[in-house]
Design a protein around this ligand. Structure first.
Ligand code: SF4
Length: 58
């Protein structure tokens, strides 16, 4: 299982980091980076990402 954020799509809105602070963190570049592997939460965040930049693979 892999959680990924497309760095080219991410606009750094911070929604995923609010929903899953244990799994996403805004980098110094203002993009979301993956810091954990909470799949259930990541899928919720993927649904809420305005630019569909989050991918969760089985
Ligand atoms: S919700 Fe999407 S656009 Fe917003 S910070 Fe997370 S990955 Fe980036």
């Amino acid at each position: 299982m892999t959680i990924k954020v497309d760095q080219n799509k991410c606009i750094g809105c911070g929604r995923c980091t609010e929903i899953c602070p244990d799994t996403f963190k805004l980098s110094t570049a203002g993009k979301s980076e993956v810091i954990g592997q909470n799949k259930d939460c990541a899928m919720k965040a993927a649904d809420q990402c305005p630019v569909e930049a989050i991918f969760v693979d089985e």
